[in-house]
Design a protein around this ligand. Structure first.
Ligand code: GTP
Ligand code: MG
Length: 196
């Protein structure tokens, strides 16, 4: 599949009690601020106006549900690790994400984004370890690969292993919103997890 043809914004929730009342499957998109979560959702749906993106970090607030092909949700998360935004409430963020992950039978896959140009930050490492405690499937998506040169490219796996430990049991994909092939590869992987 090249991209998801039908996409609509459904709701933005601050309290998990207000999540959409359906049994549709969900794919969570998470990662540090500015890593490219919202942009990736737009690329996957070929809809540049769907999710709000910004070159300034800290833009997506709360959990945003996007209905895809009338069959599942992408859940866009606020980014962590951006402390300069003074009105960003980290306690609220932590609570929201934890309550989202608590016993979520609809959640089929977590897409954990990391910047392909850098080693994972300490916030990335913390979040990775936090996710590992849960039983959900998750994959690692290395974003902004269009900005990589050959030597950076060759270091990605070593950088990951250096900070995250053994990642041999994890799927690692490289994406760029400018590279359609990388987006359709990601769609194929997402579809695998949605089928089960
Ligand atoms: N070169 C390049 N830039 C990208 C790519 N993906 C995202 N960006 C840029 O990165 C910036 C942040 O993108 P967003 O999608 O808003 O990031 P986010 O993770 O949703 O950020 P928050 O909502 O603040 O947590 C924007 O300027 C995007 O244009 C990519 O694949 N390549
Ligand atoms: Mg965003």
């Amino acid at each position: 599949m090249e991209f998801y043809k039908k996409s609509t914004f459904v709701t933005s929730v601050v309290d998990i009690k207000n999540k959409p009342d359906t049994n549709l499957k969900e794919v969570m998109i998470v990662g540090k601020s500015n890593v490219g979560k919202s942009s990736l959702i737009n690329a996957l749906t070929n809809n540049s106006k769907l999710a709000y993106t910004s070159s300034k970090p800290g833009h997506t607030r709360f959990l945003n549900y996007y209905l895809i092909n009338d069959s599942f949700y992408f859940v866009d998360c606020p980014g962590y690790g951006y402390s300069a935004k003074k009105d960003f409430d980290y306690k609220l963020y932590g609570k929201l994400v934890e309550s989202y992950l608590n016993n979520n039978k609809n959640l089929k896959l977590i897409v954990f984004l990391l910047d392909s140009r850098h080693e994972p930050t300490s916030d990335d490492v913390d979040f990775y370890n936090f996710l590992k405690e849960y039983d959900y499937n998750f994959i690692l998506v290395m974003t902004k690969s269009d900005k990589l040169n050959m030597s950076m490219r060759s270091k990605i796996k070593a950088n990951l292993a250096n900070k995250l430990g053994d990642i041999n049991d994890k799927r690692v994909l490289l994406t760029s919103i400018e590279n359609k092939k990388s987006i359709s590869n990601l769609i194929d992987v997402i579809e695998e997890y949605l089928e089960v």
